[in-house]
Design a protein around this ligand. Structure first.
Ligand SMILES: Cc1cc2nc3c(=O)[nH]c(=O)nc-3n(C[C@H](O)[C@H](O)[C@H](O)COP(=O)(O)O)c2cc1C
Length: 195
């Protein structure tokens, strides 16, 4: 297999953790280069974006919107990334409900894909982490209110990792298959004699 680029943005670390686990799972099952790239780190070189055989973009939701770095990245570079070689992963607490993990059932993901006007080969919402002790007071109170309304924990000390790691493993497996398909397609194209 060729090259996979995993771009991620993360404020509190859970999307970074998910992206890292994905990288490790893909590295176990596939040969080839896998790059893990923090969209908020300085020195991101844009020259080679879209050159990978498969691109993954992962971002968390904050107050209804994906982190700006990921949104900006996709708006700027989407035209260079073939949608059949792209996966978009959204991390949020809404996805702790198992019936809110697909592009059809997760409103954040559906709206983002619609706004970007893209149909990636794979799109999924993954449950993130709740960590009240780490939040500043405004975020703490807002998050407690959001969780109160949506039936989650509200004790100020609550820390819950909702991420379904079986879902992450399943996503890694599906991406592995998509990558194999992409590499075979590219191989076929390069074997097609030019006239
Ligand atoms: C300030 C703040 C706002 C958030 N807003 C939402 C939201 O609107 N909807 C949601 O489902 N999850 C929301 N979350 C939950 C995050 O998406 C979740 O904690 C995720 O794991 C954060 O990813 P990160 O650790 O990579 O930054 C919010 C979290 C914080 C701290």
């Amino acid at each position: 297999m060729g090259r996979i680029d995993i771009f991620f943005a993360s404020r509190d670390g859970q999307t970074r953790k998910i992206a890292t686990v994905l990288r490790d799972l893909l590295a176990e099952s596939c040969s080839g280069d896998i790059a893990l790239i923090d969209l908020e780190a300085s020195g991101l070189s844009c020259d080679e974006i879209g050159q990978a055989d498969f691109t993954i973009v992962a971002a968390p939701i904050r107050y209804g919107y994906p982190l700006a770095a990921a949104d900006r990245f996709l708006r700027a570079h989407l035209r260079n990334i073939p949608p059949d070689r792209l996966a978009i992963l959204l991390v949020c607490l809404l996805a702790r409900k198992p019936d809110r993990t697909s592009a059809q059932t997760n409103g954040y993901l559906r709206r983002w894909l619609k706004k970007l006007a893209v149909k990636p080969a794979l799109a999924a919402a993954i449950a993130g982490r709740l960590n009240y002790p780490a939040y500043r007071w405004y975020d703490l109170w807002m998050m407690r209110l959001i969780l109160l309304i949506s039936g989650g924990p509200t004790e100020r000390t609550a820390q819950v990792e909702y991420t379904d790691w079986r879902q992450v493993a399943d996503i890694a497996e599906r991406i592995g298959h998509l990558c194999e398909g992409a590499v075979q397609e590219i191989g076929k194209l390069s074997l097609t004699p030019s006239r």
